[in-house]
Design a binder for this molecule. Structure first.
Ligand code: DC
Length: 231
């Protein structure tokens, strides 16, 4: 059995890499909590947009996020995000939130607050956390760290089929526009000063262009067994 104190699988990667599907399936298979950290940044962003805060005003963003209550259901069968008690699970996938979330999540005071919440949500009994900085910052001692990626073309193709793309205009080729928006967000998320999107040194890299979601789940379960996290 495990001698490791931290029962966490850390799953990081860019948008469209397939993290959510894999993380939910993994948590379901293991009976563990599922913590979608992107959903928390999205709910914080919704709060900022609703207050009409200037996205260039870090202090106002931080003050707004400090003043709201953010909650997450960690049941992988029914992940739900609450903002001041309101179920905002659908609203946080809107194009407006997707377009603004990189700006809000780059504010260091926002990250400091939300990382604390994410660690609480991880609990002690087993959790799969997905995000951008789980293996580097949120749970750096996670016994299993995976960085999931795929080519920009594959990721854009996937995201074009989702509701929460960052593009709204009806003109032009959807996949092209999603690809442009993904490149913008990748660049913002990777270049911010505080815990950017970057693979931990000890993360195992998997490419979801080569493996389907179930194959990725099996690979990660194999890593979890090898680490003594699960039987
Ligand atoms: O996973 P997602 O696309 O729902 O995440 C939305 C945004 O939140 C993403 O563009 C970057 C940010 N994010 C982050 O900065 N750190 C995390 N751990 C998770 C998400």
């Amino acid at each position: 059995m495990s001698t490791t104190a931290t029962r966490v699988i850390a799953l990081d990667g860019p948008s469209g890499s397939g993290k959510s599907t894999v993380a939910r399936r993994l948590a379901g298979r293991l009976g563990w909590r599922y913590v979608d950290t992107g959903a928390i940044y999205r709910a914080a962003t919704l709060a900022v947009l609703r207050r009409g805060v200037d996205l260039a005003d870090d202090e106002a963003i931080a003050a707004t996020v400090a003043g709201v209550r953010l909650e997450l259901s960690t049941d992988p069968a029914r992940p739900t995000t609450l903002l001041d008690g309101e179920d905002v699970s659908t609203l946080i996938r809107s194009p407006a939130v997707t377009a603004a979330v990189s700006a809000v999540s780059a504010v260091p005071a926002v990250r400091a607050r939300l990382v604390g919440l994410q660690r609480e949500l991880a609990g002690q009994d087993g959790a799969v956390l997905e995000g951008r900085d789980i293996g580097t910052t949120v749970v750096p001692d996670a016994p299993v760290k995976v960085f999931l990626d795929a080519s920009p073309e594959i990721r854009a193709g996937r995201r074009a089929g989702d509701a929460d793309t960052g593009v709204t205009a009806a003109e032009g080729n959807l996949v092209d526009r999603v690809a442009t928006d993904l490149a913008r967000r990748d660049s913002l998320d990777s270049s911010r000063a505080t815990s950017p999107l970057v693979a931990a040194d000890d993360a195992v890299h998997l490419d979801s262009g080569d493996l389907d979601a179930d194959a990725v789940v099996e690979r990660v379960l194999g890593l979890a067994r090898a680490a003594g996290l699960v039987a």
